[in-house]
Every structure is written in C-alpha cells, then in structure tokens.
Design a protein around this ligand. Structure first.
Ligand SMILES: [Zn+2]
Ligand SMILES: [Zn+2]
Length: 330
C-alpha cells in the first residue's frame, strides 16, 4: 500500500510499504481520511521522545472496515478510531485513568498510524459511525474527543460567561462546544489578526485581540495556546471562585507566574486535561448533533503524495483542520 513514512527526525517519504497485518483482536481499516495536528509536527521533528522510526504517522483516522477478523464489526462498517492505547494493567489504568497510563502508547506515535491506505488497529479502539452520520465531520472525531475530555474537567455551568485563549483548531472547537452547551457569552482571544477574522466567521464568539481583553473576567476560562504569557493572562481573567482549564500544550520547560494569594483569596481552581479519556462516544454524538457548525473547520484536503505540502500548510498556521485523503485503494 501507499503510505507516508517518517524515517527519522525531519525525514519524510511517500512510498510503498507492506499492507498491515492485524494482530489478535485487531481489524484493518481502509483510511478515508486522517488529520494532521500540532502533535504530528512535534513527532516528525523527533521531539516527542518516541524515537520510533521508521513510523507511519497519523492518529486521527476514520475509514471503512475491510478485515473485521473476529471483532463483531462487519466489512463495510464506517468507523472513527481512538488512537489511545492504554495497557489496562498499570495503577492509573486500573483506576480508570488510562490517559495517565505508565506504558502510554498511541496509534500513529508508538505504532504505525493512518497516513496510509490501510491501518491495522485494535477493534476496541473503533467507534461505529452509523449510516446517516454526517461524514464531513468524521475527521474531527479525535480532536473533539480531546475537547470533550477538557470540558468535563472544566465542568462549566450554562448561562455564565467563558473566555477561550487561542483560536487555533482546538480553541475554535472549544468555543463552539461551549456555545452548544449554553455556556456564554463566549469570548475568544487571539493574537493573530488572520485567525481572528477566521474565528469571527466560524464561531458565534466575541473575538478580540489580547490587548482588548485585558479587563475581561469569566468564571470559565480555557487556555488553548500553550504560551506562558497567554496562560498568565488567562489566569488573571478567571473570576472569583472560577476555573481555568489548561488545555494548550506548552513546552515542557516553560514556566509562568502564579499568585498564590489570588488562588487562596479568590478560591480559584486550575485543572489540566491531557488527550482523551472515556470521551470518544461523546465526541461522536456531538459531531452528529452539531455537524453544521463544526464542518467548516475541516478546511483543507490533500492526497498522500502531497503530504509535504499539507505539513507546510499546517506549519504556516493558515488552516484549521488539514486532512490527508488516501487515493482509492486498488
Ligand atoms: Zn491530534
Ligand atoms: Zn496502563
């Protein structure tokens, strides 16, 4: 089959590789599309520490089951794939906190993923997309599952204001999901003017530059940039007794200033949210119910052979969700 193969940090080739062979409990999926996200850029640069090259990247696939094995799925079923691989045996896994798994692994990171015509994945990672599902939003299943997990951590009340810092893919998804839950008004704070214009078109949020949001306060605040300065502004904007969700991925060595007095005196809560935990079914349901609002976030599609161009577009920041669409399997 055709696949995008990362052979080392910064080294990518589109080539022919053997078709994947499913292990016990696994199925083979013909990939309809697979997204590219910031995590992939880190992985390709070699700074995730996975040092698992050669690797077929791609952790946001959906597609058609072609070899169901003994899974109970049928050939022809359309499915979205949760990339998380939790060992099930370590202490965090036994406590139900698989995203903290001590043997953390993921499809498209520690084993071959789905920037390819086919992917072999555990049947336990599949989520059926029923006939009639709005497939135009299927590429968003993985990022929306991350957002659903984040919203559970934030646990916002409806009819109260929220502020989201960062109008990247995840910030936009957060702003839309908060709105669909009746949380609002939602303000979206974004540094980049082009992204502000995009955000104003695609969300119902009040979109502002950071300097125009300095006085804002809300009980529900989401930091979706990973930038320490944005984190500090986000924390400053949490109203008394409010909660800050740290959702953006900062550099591991980054630090930011926190006032212990404010945490005490204003009874602030700070929560983090890492990847997906029990939130994939909720994401599939959200996509089905709010497809019309989420579909415009899938902005760009490329064939496997155009992977370099697709990655360049993602690096430029001038896209929301870019997906790779394999050629029709032969
Ligand atoms: Zn991703
Ligand atoms: Zn585990």
């Amino acid at each position: 089959m055709r696949a995008v193969l990362a052979t080392g940090p910064g080294q990518l080739t589109v080539t022919s590789v053997p078709d994947p062979t499913p292990g016990p409990g696994e199925v083979v999926v013909a990939v309809r599309s697979c997204g590219i996200c910031g995590t992939d850029l880190h992985l390709l640069a070699g700074d995730l520490g996975t040092d698992r090259f050669p690797l077929v990247p791609g952790h946001e696939p959906w597609g058609e089951v072609v070899d169901a094995g003994a899974s109970g799925y049928r050939a022809g079923d359309l499915v979205a794939v949760d990339p998380s691989l939790h060992c099930g045996a370590c202490d965090p896994c036994r406590r139900g906190q698989g995203n903290m798994c001590q043997r953390w692994a993921a499809i498209g990171a520690t084993r071959d993923g789905a920037w390819a015509q086919y992917a072999a994945v555990p049947a336990a990672n599949l989520h059926l997309l029923e006939p009639g599902f709005p497939f135009e939003v299927a590429p968003l299943a993985e990022p929306v599952a991350c957002a659903e997990r984040g919203l559970r951590r934030l646990n916002p009340h409806p009819d109260q204001p929220a502020i989201v810092y960062g109008a990247g893919t995840m910030g936009l998804i957060m702003a839309i999901l908060l709105d669909t839950r009746g949380v609002g008004p939602v303000t979206l704070v974004e540094v980049n003017p082009a992204r502000r214009a995009l955000a104003a078109r695609l969300t119902a949020a009040d979109v502002r530059a950071p300097e125009d949001a300095a006085e804002l306060k809300a009980p529900w605040v989401v930091e979706a940039t990973g930038n320490p300065a944005a984190f500090e502004q986000a924390l400053a904007s949490v109203a008394r007794a409010g909660t800050l969700l740290v959702f953006g991925v900062a550099r591991p060595e980054a630090t930011a200033a926190v006032s212990p007095y404010r945490l005490y005196a204003d009874e602030l809560t700070i929560v983090g949210s890492m990847a997906i935990l029990h939130s994939f079914p909720a994401a599939v349901d959200t996509l089905r119910r709010h497809a019309a609002r989420l579909a415009p976030l899938v902005t760009d599609r490329f064939g496997l052979g155009e992977a370099e161009a697709a990655l360049a577009l993602v690096r430029s920041g001038e896209t929301i969700k870019t997906v790779l669409t394999p050629e029709e399997p032969t």
